[in-house]
Design a protein around this ligand. Structure first.
Ligand SMILES: Nc1ncnc2c1ncn2[C@@H]1O[C@H](COP(=O)(O)OP(=O)(O)OP(=O)(O)O)[C@@H](O)[C@H]1O
Length: 301
């Protein structure tokens, strides 16, 4: 089965500026993949190259096994890159009907996608009366008309209020659960953290990390608050090995998959240790981003 997205040293130069610098990434079937980076990092340019909207200076792209410009390249690919161009005085449904004619899909598909994005109740209202969140969801609906196997979304929650963002996240999760592969860009750490399986971090045109969100945060450590601490440390060292056990801020920090915490807890209790807290010790994605790029602060934009 061909991969939804494969790029090899994809590069875009604008004169002296290298906007995208040898970006190599792979999106696997069924995953929700986040493309995370601050404004100007090269996210949109990369997504535009994937879709053949911008010609790469060098490197290559394959979407669902085919290269830009080859026949059927975007047949099963839906995308929302710029704010979608809808007619303000037409209803949401009529806007989609126009697009459905261009996409050569039937009217039943219009109802299907309206339902998917939860706009059926407001489908008869004029587009200009929609909230920003509804406009974005109609944009996603338009991208879904072709029943895509791959959906590419550029900053899908940008500018939305918290409720609109939550709706969009729920929609993306639903699409992922239905088997659609989703590649989305974002400058918001929290967003990527909440919905993505894997993430590529891009800064100044270069990929600085590609991994699962869990790996990126390094949440393979467990914090244990226990008393007496020396006995707890000794017991944990005997169980896991000395190199896996540290004492930090009056608690144990264990190099341990959180799933194995129960076993450690049992051993500590058996040894006569009183365990009052045991939880995964996660690095904040923001901190990780700062370490990778030297930029940070709430959102990375
Ligand atoms: N057509 C163009 N001509 C010259 N420079 C461009 C062009 N398009 C983008 N750039 C530059 O390339 C760099 C990457 O831009 P890009 O829009 O891909 O970033 P981004 O990560 O998507 O950021 P944003 O979230 O702000 O869109 C920026 O420095 C931008 O100014």
């Amino acid at each position: 089965m061909s991969l939804p997205v494969e790029t090899d040293r994809l590069t875009k130069r604008y004169g002296e500026l290298v906007a995208v610098d040898e970006v190599t990434l792979t999106v696997r079937p069924g995953e929700i993949y986040g493309f995370l980076g601050p404004n100007g990092a090269g996210k949109t340019t990369t997504l535009r190259m994937l879709l053949g909207l911008v010609r790469a200076s060098s490197g290559s792209v394959r979407l669902l096994g085919s290269a830009p410009g080859s026949p059927g390249h975007l047949e099963r690919v839906g995308a929302l890159i710029e704010g979608p161009g809808f007619w303000p005085y037409l209803s949401g449904r009529d806007n989609l009907k126009v697009l459905a004619r261009y996409a050569k899909v039937g009217a039943s598909d219009v109802d299907r996608v309206l339902d998917l994005v939860d706009l059926t109740d407001r489908a008869g209202d004029r587009y200009r009366t929609y909230s920003l969140g509804m406009k974005q969801r109609l944009g996603v609906a338009a991208a879904l008309l072709k029943d895509p196997r791959l959906l590419i979304l550029d900053e899908p929650t940008n500018g939305l209020d918290p409720a609109g963002m939550a709706d969009m996240r729920a929609l993306i999760r639903k699409l992922g659960a239905d088997g659609c592969t989703v590649l989305l860009s974002s400058h918001l750490l929290s967003e990527v953290q909440q919905i993505c399986d894997r993430v590529a971090v891009i800064a100044k045109g270069r990929i600085v990390a590609e991994s699962t969100v869990a790996e990126l945060r390094g949440d393979v450590r467990v914090k244990v608050v226990a008393d007496p601490l020396p006995l707890a440390a000794e017991t944990a060292r005997a169980l896991l090995g000395a190199d896996k056990v540290a004492v930090e801020d009056g608690a144990l920090a264990l190099d341990l998959e959180p799933a194995h915490a129960g076993r450690v807890n049992r051993e500590l209790v058996t040894a006569g240790v009183n365990v009052t807290e045991i939880r995964p010790l996660e690095r904040d994605l923001e901190q990780v981003f700062f370490e990778l790029t030297g930029q940070g602060e709430g959102n990375v934009g």
